[in-house]
Design a protein around this ligand. Structure first.
Ligand code: NAP
Length: 293
């Protein structure tokens, strides 16, 4: 396939780019510097030049507290951005896959959120992402919106890489004990995004690793154990005690009603994904040492 990846400098974007290249797709990757998805004219020109079969949008302003303070910027990237990409995809006959978030839910439900649950975002970030899903769907019926959460992976700063790095240095860590989600390994998400683009079945999908989900605390403890680090360095805090500008849902675990119904394999359990992540971190560290010597 000819695939255009927007937001290719981010955690998920890098994984998508690597996966598409490994699948021998003709992959056209754009970072924030090379394509601002909030700029409708640039988006149109770029997509018209590339004429992809599929556009995969991994770009977003993901600073949840930043979004709370600068709502205009949040909406430009997270709502206008997907709409611009969907409109340009429509003009050149491409399928459009855009990533959304578990933060479109308010967190008051017990158990898993599925596509049957009404979104009710409690933060500007969540609201802007929901707006992005909806505007993209209105602009292009062929839109595939993929909601995910608790994403972890190699490269860049994310919750788990910070936990493992600091755990390996023996530093004390703080983690939240009262927020639950469904961990998702970026390479697994990347593979599913491409698979969905190939299937070309429009709609909303929830894509997360299998299992009952975890609190940040459980997730961090499992990561420290897998990395062979001392779990005693982990200190728990409550969400409220952090006093952050943006509220977060206390439960945002996701389950998909559609994936298995259309014959897609469930993604591996998050504990397996975590083991793969820790192994890849160790491999990267060893490669670093080998290069230095
Ligand atoms: N990470 C998670 O736990 C999580 C959970 C649920 C959903 N998601 C969703 O997953 C997707 C990928 O997130 P991620 O974890 O990979 O986040 P990320 O590492 O922050 O990557 C997002 C990328 O988008 C870029 N970007 C921001 N504004 C842009 C714009 N206007 N035009 C083009 N690029 C822009 C950023 O570049 P700069 O940094 O240079 O601005 C960054 O490289 C997003 O849609 C996010 O909402 C992530």
């Amino acid at each position: 396939m000819r695939i255009l990846v927007a937001g290719a400098g981010g955690l998920v974007g890098r994984a998508v780019k690597e996966h598409c290249l490994a699948q021998h797709d003709q992959t056209f990757s754009y970072t924030h510097e090379t394509l601002d998805i909030a700029d409708a004219a640039s988006v149109r020109t770029t997509i018209e030049q590339v004429r992809p079969d599929a556009v995969i949008n991994c770009a977003a302003w993901t600073d949840v507290d930043g979004c709370e303070i600068d709502s205009a910027r949040a909406h430009a990237a997270n709502a206008n951005g997907p709409e611009n990409l969907a409109k340009a995809s429509r003009r050149c006959g491409a399928v459009f896959v855009t990533i959304s978030t578990d933060y479109i839910f308010d967190g008051t439900k017990e158990g898993f959120y599925t596509q049957r649950d009404d979104p009710n975002p409690i933060s500007v970030y969540g609201l802007s992402k929901l707006e992005g899903e909806r505007r993209a769907q209105r602009a292009l019926a062929r839109t595939i919106a993929v909601r995910t959460g608790f994403v972890f992976g190699t490269g860049g700063r994310n919750f788990l890489s910070t936990v493992v790095e600091r755990g390996q240095r023996g530093e004390r860590l703080k983690t939240i004990s009262d927020a639950w989600g469904t961990p998702t390994y970026a390479p697994h998400l990347a593979a599913r995004l491409r698979e969905l683009a190939e299937r070309d079945l429009p709609g909303i999908f929830h894509v997360v690793n299998s299992g009952a989900g975890a609190s940040y605390e459980e997730f961090a403890l499992a990561a420290l154990e897998a990395a062979g680090c001392d779990q005693a360095n982990l200190e728990t805090v409550t969400m409220r005690s952090l006093n952050r500008p943006a509220p977060r849902p206390s439960n945002s675990r996701l389950k998909c009603l559609l994936s298995e119904a259309i014959g897609l394999e469930p993604l591996p359990f998050w504990q397996e994904a975590l083991a793969a992540f820790v192994a890849s971190q160790k491999k990267a560290d060893k490669a670093g040492i080998a290069t230095q010597s």
